[in-house]
Unconditional design. Structure first.
Length: 247
């Protein structure tokens, strides 16, 4: 954890990282010279518009609700995803999330913003919140990658963003490899809306932000907590959606 004396230096480092990310340099994917971290041809190639389920963002043949969401509608009213989780995004997201590279947030939030503009029925949002990390995980990582995305997206869209209204009260076992049922069980009672958050979120449309959507269990638990606290609706904005397993 940083001390008060460390904060000015940390702020300067974050400012420099943000400026560096906006300067011309080699594209992280192809190496060609480009403004920002990703060149336009690579964005077009690897982040092209894809028809997705409006509720869970799985790739579908034609935009609409998939069969699973029609049969069992999720608590999330709509989900917007920029890309499928896989090459080359898995490597970049891993660096963003685990290798102390929060400077990816501006480029990634730009991809999500572009997906929002393409979404055929994105509901309005009043406030942007990140999917929270448990305190121990936050201390271990040093920052919440979802908050890095949320604050940049909020700035792009002229919306308020708050990191402390939705909390994760306890850590859960690592969710990698767990089924949706196991994840929901692990997350039961883990999400909590603060009294201040409940007072400000009552009747408002919430945009919840995360980096990767896999089974949807984390988003479902967060959305249920927000709706119980009085939010009018919850939508989910994510960078990457894990594709459905091949049969």
């Amino acid at each position: 954890m940083s001390t008060p004396a460390d904060r000015p230096a940390k702020t300067l480092r974050e400012l420099w990282r943000g400026l560096a990310g906006a300067m011309p340099g080699p594209c992280a994917l192809c190496g060609s010279w480009a403004p920002g971290a990703l060149c336009a041809p690579c964005r077009l190639r690897f982040a092209a518009a894809t028809p997705r389920c409006l509720r869970c963002a799985l790739a579908v043949v034609q935009a609409g609700a998939c069969g699973a969401c029609l049969a069992r509608p999720p608590a999330v009213a709509a989900t917007v995803a920029a890309v499928d989780y896989g090459f080359p995004w898995d490597r970049l997201i891993g660096a963003f999330k685990f290798q102390q590279q929060p400077e990816w947030a501006p480029a990634f939030s730009g991809l999500i913003d572009a997906a929002l503009r393409r979404h055929p029925a994105a509901p309005p949002a009043d406030v942007v919140l990140p999917v929270p990390l448990a305190p121990a995980r936050l201390a271990e990582r040093g920052y919440n990658q979802a908050w890095q995305l949320a604050r940049h997206l909020a700035a792009r869209r002229g919306l308020p963003a708050h990191a402390g209204w939705l909390l994760r009260l306890r850590d859960t076992p690592h969710q990698v490899g767990a089924s949706r049922t196991q994840r929901l069980h692990n997350l039961r009672a883990a999400m909590w809306v603060t009294p201040d958050g409940a007072a400000h979120l009552a009747g408002r449309h919430v945009a919840l932000v995360d980096d990767v959507l896999t089974t949807g269990a984390t988003a479902e638990a967060a959305a249920q907590a927000l709706l119980t606290a009085g939010a009018a609706s919850v939508q989910l904005w994510v960078l990457a959606r894990t594709p459905a397993p091949e049969r």
